[in-house]
Design a protein around this ligand. Structure first.
Ligand code: GLU
Length: 469
């Protein structure tokens, strides 16, 4: 039997990191089993779907290594409405489903509660199909439904506690529970690896598989992803969109490595491992079923390590979208013609060890490409205290006199300027750094000045000095 798994996102918003994690787990499982990964876009809810969300899913998957063209699909659920309706009709004709004209209010009036679910009122009324009549699945009165879950063992559900649930609405349109099963049946899915949130649907869906006469798949419900307060990650409260991480400058390799650690870990106390190791070692059976903490700080640290591990040339290439502006990444504050690739290459190794996400490259190097630096006013006020004007004057004089413009000479010139005033180098550096780069923190100063050049450094020091009058 060929293993066939599927990833079945609904295109109702930005692509969620939890979804990306499930997609990767499906992807790896298929690969390990010599199976097939199917992508199905569950777009039946026309009111909530937008084509751009679908495009976002495809490109986000592509980014984390599930490349377009390397899987089966995408299939679009909305195109299978005929199959969904036909299955609903079959279930009705075989007596496994019945029509029901109850309203929520009438059920509540009879049961006296809004929580008990459907009371089976229409089970034996023999209602024929008709406008406003939903179709309900007749759940068995006895027995149990045992879900075979590769992560959770065998969650068991008593059938008498499963209400007769709706499979098609009053207007005849099938609901998610049914459409999802019919598609899985049609697409020959053997393993359903999906979010824990769907576990309550699973006994109902397994009953549908049985009723349609098909052996149910094996299931794996992967743990819910939570924030530091142990709340389920939500798109209203938390940063959940994979796109947002990508735009901020997370590397795809760091991201997918981190995502796979949500509920699982490679052998030997390691966390940062090559993708090939993950592909080899990952086992669904080893996934921890408890909620997985999405620790953004840890992800950031992870990303920093991945950035530092890149060969410099790759780091330079990886920075390009932030240096030029691309797709959804905002353009930098300088004009394209102001950018100097050689100057950038000279400071890139210094930046590589200091940034955790690629977008941080921009504030670190903008001073090189702007005519005059963007001044951080708070940093200015702090650095330009008493004595700053004189220090800048002395620095101008000392720097002008330098015959060789290199980091070592610049440093000793400024050291001498500071010493004359009883200042340690750190103190003497502060006004110079703010005058030249606009900020109080950044790349090592003397290397930066070397790359910026003697003339431009002097111009900025003089401009800052004028501002102090
Ligand atoms: N469209 C469903 C979702 O995005 C998928 C459910 C499933 O994987 O079975 O949650």
């Amino acid at each position: 039997m060929t293993v066939r798994v599927r990833f079945a996102p609904s295109p109702t918003g930005m692509f969620h990191v939890g979804g990306a994690r499930s997609a990767l787990q499906n992807w790896i499982y298929a690969k390990q089993q010599g199976g097939v990964f199917v992508l199905r876009i569950e777009d039946t809810d026309a009111a909530r779907n937008k084509p751009e969300w679908t495009e976002g899913i495809l490109s986000a998957l592509d980014w984390i290594g599930i490349a377009r063209g390397s899987y089966e699909g995408p299939y679009f659920q909305s195109r299978y409405a005929g199959e969904h309706r036909a299955a609903a009709a079959r279930l009705y004709e075989s007596g496994r489903a019945y029509h029901c004209d109850c309203t929520r209010e009438s059920v509540q009036a009879r049961t006296g509660s809004q929580y008990t679910g459907y009371d089976g009122f229409c089970r034996d009324r023999g209602l024929t199909p008709g406008e406003g009549r939903a179709l309900r699945f007749r759940t068995p009165d006895e027995g149990e439904t045992v879900v075979v879950d590769l992560i959770r063992g065998e969650p068991t559900f008593e059938n008498r506690l499963i209400e007769d649930f709706v499979i098609a609405r009053g207007d005849g349109s099938p609901v998610f529970l049914l459409a999802n099963v019919v598609d899985d049946v049609t697409m020959g899915i053997t393993h359903v690896i999906r979010a824990e949130e769907h576990l309550p649907n699973t006994p109902k869906q397994q009953l549908l598989w049985d009723a349609l006469g098909v052996k149910p798949p094996l299931w794996a419900h992967v743990p819910v992803v939570v924030n530091e307060k142990r709340q389920k990650l939500s798109k209203r409260r938390d940063k959940v969109a994979l796109e947002a991480y990508r735009e901020e400058g997370y590397l795809a390799d760091a991201m997918r490595n981190y995502l796979m650690l949500l509920g699982w870990a490679p052998s030997g106390d390691r966390e940062i491992v090559p993708w090939s190791v993950i592909e080899e070692e990952f086992r669904l059976a080893d996934v921890n079923p408890s909620p997985a903490f999405f620790d953004e700080k840890k992800l950031r640290a992870f990303n920093g390590e991945y950035i530092r591990a890149l060969p410099v040339a790759e780091f330079i290439a990886a920075c390009q979208p932030w240096l030029t502006g691309a797709d959804t990444i905002a353009p930098p504050p300088w004009q394209p013609e102001e950018f100097d690739a050689e100057a950038f290459a000279a400071v890139a190794p210094l930046a590589q060890t200091r940034i955790a996400v690629l977008s941080e490259i921009v504030p670190n190097v903008d001073f090189l490409f702007l005519d005059s630096p963007l001044i951080d006013e708070a940093a200015w006020v702090k650095a330009m205290k008493e004595g700053a004007a004189e220090l800048l004057d002395a620095s101008v004089a000392a720097f002008e006199a330098l015959a060789s413009w290199d980091a070592v000479s610049i440093k000793s010139a400024l050291e001498a300027v500071g010493a004359q005033r009883g200042l340690r180098l750190g103190k003497a550096q502060a006004p110079v750094r703010v005058a030249v780069t606009g900020r109080s923190v950044g790349l090592p100063l003397f290397e930066s000045l070397e790359v910026l050049g003697q003339d431009r450094t002097l111009t900025r020091l003089r401009a800052a000095r004028l501002r102090l009058f």
